[in-house]
Write a new protein. Structure first.
Length: 408
């Protein structure tokens, strides 16, 4: 898995820079990111059902690694915005293939009492790989043409395919995907990689059931939590789509951009190591509000900085406030909120509840990404970041409703 993580770690940054290098605007970046997020929804459904249907972990993983390598190499020939956008959407589809089988393999090849440590080690190796990929991107941007970065990345993905042929064996017994939501560690790790998971396609009646739950104090916590998370992902789409274009608009080099993304990623990795213990010492709602508050402040301060700092100096507030929002604050909020979602999955409605949750997350990220491109282009990046901060404030307000239920 490690070489594959190296291969995929820099791709989102690389794609945005390729779009901008092809004279695209932040609107074009918004289109590319929106399509990437849109494809992730049917991809999660398709590969999830394929995993359940065929029970061929090794074959799906190897195919995913090889397909990823092929698509990464095709970026070398991407001479138009449409080509880059299409390849990024295909990248979203094929990389989703390996997520569920890998999680199931961890469970199927380790005793249940070791699942916690196995997933912790699994996540750490993945994070190390992604960081190594970003470091590779930083070094590459210093000396070589950025477009050729795809060559070593594709080689790393092929290396994972070869290692899978040599090292992975089909387990003697297999689990259904539902086992992922029977264990907090597997559920958390799965959402950390792709924040959507479908066990069945949600129906209109499922959404109506969630909305009806708002009428009653005893059942309204779940829809309020889901809507709070919805606003979080709208904010994430707004901010993440425009952060790199805001750096390039200030003439900041590709080297510096990769360096900033790498530092943010490293801070996030270390923060995740302490986020779980922090959430356990405080309430989950309190930890979520704490993380959201710091993330909102980071977004707002970067938005304000856009008006007062320009040129290469803009890299300083970007590094500080981006690290605060997406490194430190994100890890705390994501740990606490995913635990709350896990705690809501009781009874016989797990599949429908997760379907509604995943659909809301998918819609939120698409909406945020699409809106971000237009607001940054027609208004400015500062406005977009302040809008993202405002969305997080609404998310905080919704969480406070969980603390103080309405009295009849």
């Amino acid at each position: 898995m490690v070489p594959f993580s190296i291969a995929t770690g820099p791709i989102s940054t690389l794609v945005v820079l390729l779009v901008l290098n092809l004279h695209g605007t932040v609107i074009d970046v918004g289109y590319a990111v929106t399509l990437f997020n849109a494809v992730s929804i049917p991809a999660a459904i398709f590969w999830g059902f394929a995993t359940d249907r065929f029970h061929r972990r090794r074959a799906i993983i190897i195919a995913g690694y090889l397909a990823t390598a092929a698509i990464i190499l095709l970026f070398l020939f991407a001479g138009t915005l449409y080509y880059v956008t299409l390849l990024y959407a295909l990248f979203s589809f094929v990389t989703t293939a390996v997520t569920t089988p890998l999680n199931l393999l961890v469970m199927e090849t380790n005793p249940k009492q070791k699942w916690s440590s196995a997933f912790a080690w699994f996540s750490m190796l993945s994070s190390i790989g992604q960081t190594a990929g970003l470091i590779l991107g930083t070094v590459w941007a210093s000396f070589l043409l950025l477009s050729y970065l795809v060559i070593p990345l594709a080689i790393f993905s092929i290396a994972s395919a070869v290692l899978s042929v040599l090292m992975i064996k089909e387990p003697s017994f297999v689990f259904e995907r539902q086992m992922i939501i029977q264990n907090k560690h597997s559920f958390y790790d799965r959402l950390q990689r792709i924040p959507i998971i479908f066990f069945r396609i949600p129906r209109l009646s499922d959404f109506k059931r969630v909305l009806r739950a708002l009428k009653y104090d005893l059942t309204r916590n779940v829809p309020i939590l889901y809507f709070s998370i919805f606003m979080f992902w709208v904010a994430a789409g707004l901010f993440n789509t425009s952060i790199i274009p805001s750096l390039t608009a200030n003439k900041i080099s590709n080297l510096t951009i990769f360096f900033i993304i790498t530092i943010v990623n490293i801070i996030q990795i270390f923060s995740f190591q302490y986020a779980g213990s922090y959430a356990e010492k405080t309430s989950l709602i309190g930890a979520s509000i704490f993380g959201l508050t710091f993330r909102s402040v980071g977004y707002a301060l970067l938005g304000v900085s856009f008006y007062f700092v320009s040129g290469s100096w803009y890299a300083i507030p970007a590094l500080i406030f981006y690290s605060l929002a997406s490194g430190f604050a994100f890890s705390i909020y994501y740990t606490a909120s995913n635990t709350m979602v896990f705690n809501t999955l009781g009874g016989n409605s797990q599949g429908s509840s997760l379907g509604v949750y995943s659909a809301l997350v998918g819609i939120a990220t698409m909406a945020g990404s699409l809106i971000s491109g237009f607001t940054s282009f027609y208004l400015n990046f500062g406005i977009t970041f302040l809008m993202a901060s405002a969305c997080l404030v609404s998310s905080i307000w919704l969480l406070y409703l969980l603390r103080e239920p309405r009295q009849n």
